[in-house]
Write a protein that binds this ligand. Structure first.
Ligand code: FUC
Length: 746
C-alpha cells in the first residue's frame, strides 16, 4: 500500500513538473481539446520523430493510435529507365494501437466520454501528452520519439493504482501480422526490392499483469505501463554494398527491450536534453498578445487567425514548428526530409513522398543554417554524397548529355529521386548546381574550412565540370544552359532564366570556395570567367524580370513557381542594394504572380515571403505569412499543398529568418523586413554567414539592441536600414549594438 501511495505521488509530481515547464514555455505548445479522428491523419494527428523513426499520434483517450514510419522504407531501385512510375515510393511502416478499458465500463469497447480531455505537443521538449479523467480516474499518456534510445516511448499512468487494463496491437503496412513475443509484439518483412524491415514493441508494467498471445498483448490492473517501439530496415547509404547492411530484426529487438528495461525518468531526461539542446538555441518572441487568444487551443486559434485576427505569437509558434519538424525528421546519420518529412501513411503516396529537386527538398533545408540547426542539414548533404556514383552513371548514359568528345563529366538529376540512386521524370538539369548551393551554404554559415576542403569543394568542382561541358556558346560568346525548363512552366529552350541564375550561383560559390581555401587559382579564375559570360537576368517589356530569354511573360500568369526569381532568394545574384533595377523587376514579376489559384500551395507562400523579405518589402512579406496561415494551413499546423508537404513548414521558418536577419550580401542586415504586425519583439540565436550568431530586440518597430557573437572571428559588417557599421571580431567574443549601430565589446 505504501509502495502504491508513493507511486501515485511520483506520477503526480511528474505530471505537475511537466505542466509547469509547459506553462513557462507556453508559446511552444500545440494543443487540442479533442483527439484526431481516424480520417484526420494529415490534418489533426501530431508528428513525433527522432530524425529516423517517427509517428503520427492521434490521442484517442480509450484507443490510442500511433502510425509510425522509418525514413529508409522505400520501394524501387536504381531505375535506369528514369521512368517516374517505376522509381519506387516511400512507404508506410505500420501502426500501433492501444485500447484502454474505461474504469467501471465492464467490457472493452464501452467508452464513456472522458472529462478534461487535452492533448498537447511541446515543441521545446518533443513530449506529447494526452490527459483526461474517466470514472474518477485521471489518466495520462506521454509519448516521445527518442534519439538516444532509438525508440518511440510511451508511458501510461493513472492517479489510482491498478487502473490500467487493456490491449496492444501492432500491424505492418505491408500485410504484416504481428506475432507475440515475451512482453512484446513483433513483425518482419521484405519488400520486392529486397529491403528487409522489422518492428518490435516491448512493454513493461508496474503492478498488474501482462501477457502476449496470438499477436495481442494484454495488460490488466497495472499502475503504469512503459511501451517501447523500435523499427528499422537493412538500408545503408552505400552503393558499393548495394545499399544492404545488417538484418534489422536483432537490432530492433535489442533497442525495444533495452529501452523498456531502463528507468522511464532516465529515458525521458535523455530525450528532453537531446531535443531541448537544439530547440533552445533560438527564441522568437512576438508581442503583443491578446490573453484571450493565447488561451485558445491551436485549431481554434488558427481558425480565429484565418478569420482575420492578428496573432503574432501563433506566427512565432509556426516558426518554431518548422525547427521542431526538422529536428524530428532530419538528424545526422539518417536520411533527409522527404515531401512528407517522414510522416507518410500510404504505400502509394502523392508524388511517391519522394525527393523533389525543383524546389521541395531545397526548401526543406532552407531553415537549417539560419535557424541554427546546421547538423540537421547533414542528412541532405550525406544523401547527395551517397548517390553520386549512380547519378554519374545515369548522366553518362543519357544521350542528350553527350559532347563531341564523349559523355559530359559530372552528374545531373531528374526532377525526382529515391535513396537507391534512382532518378525519375524529366531531367532538371540545374538541380545539380542547386544541390551544390546547399554544400556551399553549410560552409558559408560555419566557416568550417576542413569541411569545405574535404566534402564540399570536390563536389562543387565536379558540378562545374558538368557545366563546363554542357554550356552552349552563343554567336556573341555569351553562355547559355541549353534546352532547359523553368519548372514546371513554359517550353524547353536555351537560356531559361532559372537555369542561368542557378549556374551563376554555382560558379560564384565555387570561385568563393577556391578563394577561401587558396591554392587553386586556376579553378577560381576559370569559373569566375565563365560566370561573367553567362547570359544574365534582364528586364522585360512590362518591367518584369524575364522568365525566358524571349520576352514572353504574361502579366496575368498566376503560376505557382517563381523559378526565375532564384537570383533573389535563395540565390544572391540580384539584391536590392547591389542591383536595384533587377530587384525592382523581380518585385514586378512577383506582384504579378498574385495570391490566388495555383499560387496557393504549401511552398509558394514561404518562397514569396522570403523573396519579398530579400526585396526589403516587409508588408508584402507579412502578407505571405498571413496567406499561408489563412489558406494553406491544417489544424495540426502542417502546410497544405494538398496533401500536406513539409516544404511549406520548413520554408516558412526560413522566410521568417530572412525577415529578421539577412546575410547573403556580405553584411548582416538586421530587421531587414520587419512588418508593422510585429511592432515589439526579440529574436535570439539566428545564424548569419561568416560564423555569426545574432540576437535582436526591438520596440515600436525600431531596433533597441542587438548582440552579434563571433564564432570564427573575421570582419563583421552590419546594416540597419540605411545605417552600416563594420568592425573586426575575435572568435568567441560578443559585440553589442544599439539602435544607432554603436557597437561595443560585451
Ligand atoms: C513540384 C511542384 C508541385 C508539388 C510537387 C511535389 O513539382 O510543382 O507543386 O509540390 O513538386
Amino acid at each position: 500500500m505504501i509502495k502504491r501511495a508513493a507511486f501515485v505521488i511520483a506520477c503526480l509530481a511528474v505530471a505537475s513538473a511537466s505542466a509547469s515547464a509547459s506553462d513557462a514555455a507556453g508559446a511552444l505548445i500545440l494543443w487540442y481539446r479533442t483527439p484526431a479522428a481516424e480520417t484526420e491523419w494529415s490534418s489533426r494527428a501530431l508528428p513525433l520523430g527522432n530524425g529516423r523513426l517517427g509517428g503520427m499520434i492521434f490521442g484517442g483517450p480509450f484507443r490510442e493510435h500511433l502510425q509510425f514510419n522509418e525514413d529508409s522504407l522505400w520501394t524501387g531501385d536504381e531505375n535506369p529507365s528514369g521512368d517516374y512510375d517505376s522509381m519506387g515510393a516511400y512507404q508506410a511502416f505500420g501502426d500501433l494501437w492501444i485500447d484502454l478499458e474505461a474504469p467501471g465500463a465492464g467490457s472493452m469497447g464501452a467508452r464513456p466520454v472522458p472529462a478534461d480531455y487535452r492533448r498537447a505537443l511541446d515543441l521545446g521538449t518533443g513530449l506529447h501528452a494526452v490527459t483526461f479523467t474517466a470514472g474518477g480516474v485521471a489518466f495520462r499518456r506521454e509519448t516521445f520519439a527518442s534519439r538516444p534510445a532509438q525508440a518511440i516511448i510511451m508511458r501510461l499512468t493513472a492517479d489510482k493504482p491498478g487502473a490500467l487494463t487493456g490491449a496492444l496491437r501492432l500491424s505492418g503496412a505491408h500485410q504484416d501480422a504481428a506475432r507475440s513475443e515475451a512482453n512484446g509484439l513483433a513483425f518482419e518483412g521484405r519488400l520486392p526490392n529486397g529491403l528487409e524491415y522489422a518492428a518490435r514493441v516491448a512493454v513493461r508494467a508496474e503492478g498488474g499483469a501482462v501477457s502476449s498471445a496470438a499477436g495481442v498483448l494484454r495488460f490488466e490492473g497495472c499502475d503504469a505501463l512503459t511501451i517501447a517501439l523500435a523499427a528499422a530496415t537493412d538500408y545503408v547509404p552505400d552503393y558499393g554494398r548495394r545499399w544492404k547492411g545488417e538484418p534489422p530484426a536483432p537490432r530492433v529487438r535489442e533497442r525495444a527491450v533495452r529501452a523498456c528495461a531502463a528507468s522511464y525518468e532516465a529515458l525521458r531526461r535523455a530525450h528532453v536534453a537531446d531535443v531541448s539542446s537544439l530547440m533552445g538555441r533560438v527564441g522568437l518572441e512576438l508581442a503583443p498578445m491578446d490573453a484571450l487568444r493565447r488561451g485558445l487551443p491551436t485549431d481554434e486559434r488558427l481558425a480565429a487567425y484565418a478569420a482575420g485576427g492578428s496573432d503574432p505569437e501563433l506566427e512565432a509558434l509556426l516558426f518554431q514548428y518548422g525547427r521542431y519538424l526538422l529536428v524530428s525528421c532530419s538528424r545526422p546519420g539518417g536520411l533527409p526530409a522527404n515531401l512528407q518529412g517522414l510522416w507518410n501513411d500510404s504505400n502509394a503516396p502523392a508524388w511517391h513522398s519522394d525527393y523533389h529537386a525543383n524546389i521541395n527538398i531545397q526548401m526543406n533545408y532552407w531553415p537549417a543554417e539560419p535557424a541554427n540547426l546546421a547538423e540537421c542539414h547533414e542528412p541532405f548533404i550525406d544523401l547527395i554524397r551517397s548517390q553520386l556514383e549512380p547519378w554519374r552513371k545515369a548522366t553518362r548514359a543519357e544521350p542528350a548529355f553527350r559532347t563531341a568528345a564523349g559523355p559530359v563529366r559530372g552528374w545531373a538529376l531528374r526532377t525526382s529521386h529515391n535513396i537507391f540512386g534512382g532518378l525519375g521524370w524529366k531531367w532538371d538539369k540545374t538541380a545539380n548546381a542547386w544541390y551544390a548551393q546547399h554544400l556551399w551554404e553549410h560552409y558559408a554559415f560555419s566557416g568550417d574550412k576542413e569541411y569545405l576542403r574535404r566534402v564540399a569543394y570536390p563536389i562543387l568542382k565536379e558540378v562545374c565540370d558538368f557545366w563546363r561541358d554542357e554550356l552552349k556558346v552563343l554567336a556573341d560568346g555569351r553562355l547559355v544552359v541549353p534546352d532547359a525548363w523553368s519548372p514546371e512552366h513554359g517550353p524547353d529552350e536555351d537560356g531559361v532564366t532559372y537555369s542561368q541564375e542557378i549556374v551563376w550561383d554555382l560558379f560564384n560559390n565555387t570561385a568563393a570556395a577556391a578563394e577561401a581555401l587558396g591554392g587553386d587559382d586556376a579553378c577560381r579564375e576559370t569559373v569566375a570567367a565563365l560566370r561573367d559570360r553567362l547570359v544574365g537576368p534582364r528586364v522585360g517589356k512590362w518591367g518584369q524580370l524575364q522568365e525566358w530569354m524571349i520576352d514572353r511573360d504574361d502579366p496575368r500568369d498566376q503560376h505557382r513557381h517563381t523559378s526565375h526569381l532564384f537570383a533573389v532568394y535563395p540565390g544572391r545574384q540580384i539584391s536590392a542594394v547591389r542591383t536595384p533595377p533587377l530587384a525592382k523587376a523581380a518585385a514586378v514579376s512577383l506582384a504579378a504572380r498574385g495570391e490566388a489559384g495555383d499560387s496557393r500551395r504549401s511552398w509558394t507562400w514561404p518562397w514569396r515571403c522570403a523573396l519579398w523579405a530579400r526585396l526589403g518589402e516587409a508588408e508584402n512579406a507579412h502578407r505571405m505569412v498571413r496567406g499561408l496561415l489563412t489558406y494553406n494551413m491544417l489544424p495540426n499546423l502542417f502546410a497544405d499543398h494538398p496533401p500536406f508537404q513539409m516544404d511549406g513548414n520548413f520554408g516558412f521558418t526560413a522566410a521568417v529568418c530572412e525577415m529578421l536577419v539577412q546575410s547573403h550580401a556580405g553584411e548582416i542586415a538586421l530587421l531587414a523586413a520587419l512588418p508593422r504586425a510585429w511592432p515589439d519583439g526579440s529574436v535570439r540565436g539566428l545564424r548569419a554567414r561568416g560564423g555569426f550568431v545574432v540576437d535582436i530586440a526591438w520596440r515600436g518597430g525600431a531596433m533597441t539592441s542587438a548582440v552579434v557573437r563571433s564564432t570564427i572571428g573575421g570582419r563583421c559588417a552590419v546594416r540597419l536600414g540605411e545605417k552600416t557599421v563594420s568592425f573586426a571580431t575575435r572568435p568567441g567574443r560578443s559585440y553589442a549594438l544599439d539602435g544607432d549601430l554603436k557597437w561595443s565589446l560585451r
